[in-house]
Write a protein that binds this ligand. Structure first.
Ligand code: 5MM
Length: 339
């Protein structure tokens, strides 16, 4: 297969009606935090057990088109000794890989962060591809206040996102570009909209400068919401604000926008996606690439006990199903009560 064919096939497999992406790429410190909330110690074995369990959920591929893995998981065997990427492929799910190397302070920009990981990226991508990864993900974060993010933080993160995306496409790997405007703070929905619009303009400018083909990428943004400490907005307000920003900044040639949940509750993130898909038509598919909002109920149900496996799988299946409905505006909160 040519590189172009590989990229197009992966896009076709990832961006499908009724389906979205499961983000299970928590780095070691993040998964330790999630496990500690359910009283489970994070070890290589407990991570393998939990992830193997959720990826084996019967018919997970009905509503999940791709799973983002952390490097450790990509090379792990399931509890039945099947390589994890192979287990996903047999479920009809595309395996992907988080390739950024975390983030840290941006020098001379107090309060801002920059994402690391460009050094040696091409050789890592080749290794991940040999292990079965067909798409990748890189996350940049933008803190919000009256003054943040600074001009240099927006420019610098846009540049590394674009360089990452170009390297992925060169090797036939679909890049997921994740600029996350953080929910932490008391900022208004108007301030989030202003920051998101600026960030997305700069990100697409950089992607264009680095000749990234928009047709072969997926955007993973945050929704336009008020900060966590501010008064809540309704799903309709969030949908209107989000779409206004995206229609101004995201080229129609991008096939899919797959939102992160960013600290919204599972129910909120489904209701908001549903509201977004109730306004249309739009040029792109609008779906989910949730981590916490898909996994939280499953983690609670599992609580580290193998005997809870079926309950955990049912909890994940339920969120995947409801988000699959929200993907085309067919969700209603009343469905939360059904099993
Ligand atoms: C699952 O968490 C991902 C990795 O985060 P860390 O590097 O901080 O461990 C994260 O990139 C995730 O894919 C996105 O934030 C979406 O997850 P949420 O939970 O926001 O939907």
């Amino acid at each position: 297969m040519s590189t172009a064919q590989e990229l197009q096939t992966t896009i076709n497999d990832l961006v499908q009606p009724d389906k979205g992406i499961l983000a299970a790429d928590e780095s070691a410190p993040t998964i330790a935090k999630r496990f500690s909330a359910i009283g489970v110690q994070s070890t290589e074995d407990s991570r393998r057990e939990y992830r193997s369990l959720i990826f084996s959920t019967p018919d997970l591929g009905d509503h999940i088109s791709g799973v983002i893995l952390f490097e450790e998981t990509l090379a792990q065997l399931s509890l039945d000794n099947i390589p994890i990427p192979k287990l996903l492929e047999t479920q009809g799910i595309v395996p992907g890989i988080k390739v950024d190397a975390g983030k840290g302070p941006l020098v001379n920009a107090p309060g801002d962060e920059i994402t690391y990981g460009l050094d040696g990226l091409a050789s890592r991508l080749e290794r991940y591809k040999a292990l079965g990864a067909r798409f990748a993900k890189w996350r940049s974060v933008f803190h919000v206040s009256d003054t943040l993010p600074s001009h240099q933080a927006v420019e610098a993160n846009a540049e590394v996102l674009a360089r990452y995306a170009a390297e992925c496409q060169e090797l036939g790997i679909v890049p997921i570009v994740e600029p996350e405007v953080l929910i932490d703070g008391n900022h208004s929905i108007e301030r989030t909209a202003e920051v998101s619009e600026n960030v997305l303009f700069k990100v697409f400018g950089a992607l264009h400068r680095h000749r990234v083909r928009f047709e072969w990428m997926v955007l993973k943004p945050s929704m336009v919401t008020p900060g966590k400490g501010a008064e809540k907005a309704s799903p309709e307000q969030i949908a209107t604000a989000t779409l206004r920003v995206f229609r101004r900044t995201v080229p129609a040639s991008v096939p899919g926008i797959m939102f992160l949940s960013g600290g919204q509750t599972p129910e909120e993130s489904t209701a908001n996606l549903n509201a977004i898909n109730s306004i249309g038509p739009q040029p792109w598919a609008l779906s989910f690439s949730y981590g916490r909002a898909l996994q939280e109920p499953a983690q609670k149900a599992w609580a580290g006990e193998r005997s809870n496996g079926e309950k955990a799988q049912a909890a994940l299946k339920k969120r995947a199903h409801l988000n699959g409905l929200a993907r085309s505006g067919r969700y209603s909160p009343a469905l939360e009560q059904e099993n």
